[in-house]
Write a new protein. Sequence first.
Length: 253
Amino acid sequence: FVRVAYDEMDFTALLVPPLSSGHILGTDELGRDVFARLLYGGRISLLVGVCSSLISTGIGLLVGLFSGYFGGIVDRLLMRFVDVMLSIPSFPVLLILTLVFGPGLFNTISVLAIFGWMGVARLVRSVVLSVRENDFIMAARVAGTKKIQILFRHIMPNVIPITIVSATLNLSYAILAESSLSYLGLGIQPPTPSWGNMLQKAMTYILSKGHASQTPWWLIFFPGFMIFLVVLSVNFLGDGLRDALDPRFVSES
């Protein structure tokens, strides 16, 4: 699909503008094809976003299920822990944790997953609190069904739709957070491209050149536009899934 590798340099085609021969989106200051780097960087950014979103959503789902169903001391302890986590300013702590553990793909995914599950946990808990009082749950208890079976066989299927919607919101947050960390030099490290570090590299180059005769605007515009487009698309997807899966919206329509 792409003629050149993302890290292939061509010193005869430095800072070629978009729509030039062989380079549809131009090249950077090292002669690397911007289109190829955008595609590969998108893989990295989406990989970080999807993996961290899945992990954080899974944690939030389990915490919300146990907190809402068992109640009592379990609910109080888990919700107080959620309150503590929500009171922590997430992005400054993300920066500190990344500095402590070092940048890289695995560490970036882990750090983002740590601060993405609390909203899911609260949302799942609120749904479980209402579902656990339904007649079919009461019937399962009377029939002697074990609590764990009730939780995962009867209650969890009812919270999956809202959990999927929350996962899409987590995905957009994770993509933005990864781009921000990479822009600050604390996320995915060069030469591996991500949309964030492509922006950072472009800004550094443009600022170092000062008032150049031709500003390579495409180095900033295309990575920034891709971040905007993907996050907007994920948010629209979340709205669509909410309308399709949430019983309140289905009944209204």
